[in-house]
Design a protein around this ligand. Structure first.
Ligand code: PLP
Length: 354
């Protein structure tokens, strides 16, 4: 149990009105906790949201030793406040920390910290359909040192951002660019870790995709440039000839919590689910034969993001009829229903925040 010292703001900000968008508005408070070698994690506290000051020599600025997480808080119709599977974010935090030589945070402390700061700012959870409070925990290396080594000091911070409905009008299928020049990660690298470096490496392809009129990049494996890995900040699923197929976790793919939830739900509904290698050639073939029935991304931000078009070099695969597929819609309804308390939570995924 963390002993969290709470300092409330004396100047609460006005809550946003109108369109929320994503990631630009922050609530009144933030959680912080320090790590010092020899002492461990200490000084857990909630303070008014404020700017931070660091020396220019602060390690995170130079070698990118940092990690982050992302989850959401929802307000149910009954007025209750829920988190979706924060225990999974806690587990993944420590998997990421291991890879980046960042000390573990006890899972229960991580969940306690998220609950505490969300609880203080729960009036900031928007209630319009599709909206939520985005929770961004992150850790940075704070030693003032230019040598290359794991930092001896860290800061764990949680900030909160009310976010708008991902889709302005229903779930619109997006176009995806299968990247054939750059790669995101390789086995042995940090692909499975949620860390900024992976995103820094991905920006160039995202710019390229946007310039060509595509919403997101789909990455191929870094060795063969042949097997599907994942989309920008989402995992990817295909419905091929009635089966649900997704790339297996191989060390270079981020193990999404939405991915895990979707696999669990599909199995529960009686679908055959295959986690395996999926090549671009297999997709092209399936599409030619009319067997590529649905494609969708999964991630905390969009939950389910239907894909209507996949481009690979000179080939453009059009999927479906421009509207969301049946399984994609069913999954969206099921996951968001559990998140907001509308649907029975038979897997124990919903955590109430008092
Ligand atoms: C966070 C993330 C995902 C999705 O994970 P969720 O836990 O479902 O939000 C997928 N890919 C990458 C690269 C990510 O950073």
């Amino acid at each position: 149990m963390l002993d969290i010292k709470i300092t409330r703001t004396s100047a609460p900000k006005a809550k946003p009105t109108g369109k929320l968008g994503f990631g630009r508005i922050f609530t009144d408070h933030m959680f912080m906790m320090n790590y010092t070698e020899g002492i461990g994690w200490h000084d857990a506290r909630i303070e008014p949201y404020h700017k931070l000051e660091f020396a220019p020599s602060c390690m995170v600025f130079h070698y990118g030793q940092e990690m982050f997480e992302g989850l959401k808080a929802y307000k149910g119709e009954n007025g209750k406040c829920y988190l979706f599977r924060p225990d999974m974010n806690a587990k993944r935090t420590n998997a990421t920390n291991d890879r980046l030589c960042i000390p573990h945070i006890p899972e229960e402390d991580f969940v306690q910290a998220v609950k505490a700061v969300v609880s203080i700012d729960k009036d900031w959870i928007p209630t319009e359909p599709g909206t939520s409070l985005y929770v961004r925990p992150f850790i940075i290396a704070t030693d003032e040192y230019l040598g290359v080594a794991p930092s001896k000091e860290y800061l764990f911070i949680i900030i909160l951002s009310p976010s708008g409905a991902y889709y302005a009008s229903g779930l619109e299928p997006v176009g995806i660019w299968i990247e054939d020049e750059y790669v995101r990660a390789v086995k042995g690298g940090m692909g499975f870790a949620k860390t900024g470096g992976n995103y820094a490496a991905s920006l160039i392809a995202q710019v390229k995709a946007h310039d060509s009129g595509y919403a997101q990049v789909l990455w191929l494996d870094g060795v063969h440039r042949k097997y599907i890995e994942e989309v920008g900040s989402m995992n990817i699923f295909f419905k091929i000839d009635g089966k649900i197929v997704t790339p297996m976790l191989n060390g270079s793919i981020l193990p999404g919590i939405t991915r895990n939830s979707v696999i669990t739900l599909c199995k529960d509904w009686g679908y055959e689910v295959e986690e395996r290698l999926v090549s671009v050639d297999e997709l092209l073939e399936a599409q030619k034969n009319g067997k590529l029935e649905e494609v969708f991304g999964t991630g905390t931000a969009a939950v389910i993001s239907p894909v209507g078009k996949l481009r690979f070099m000179d080939d453009v695969m059009v999927i479906g009829d421009g509207s969301i597929g049946e399984v994609s819609q069913r999954l969206y309804d099921a996951v968001t229903g559990i998140q907001t308390g509308k649907v029975e939570d038979k897997f124990g995924w919903r955590f109430e925040v008092e």
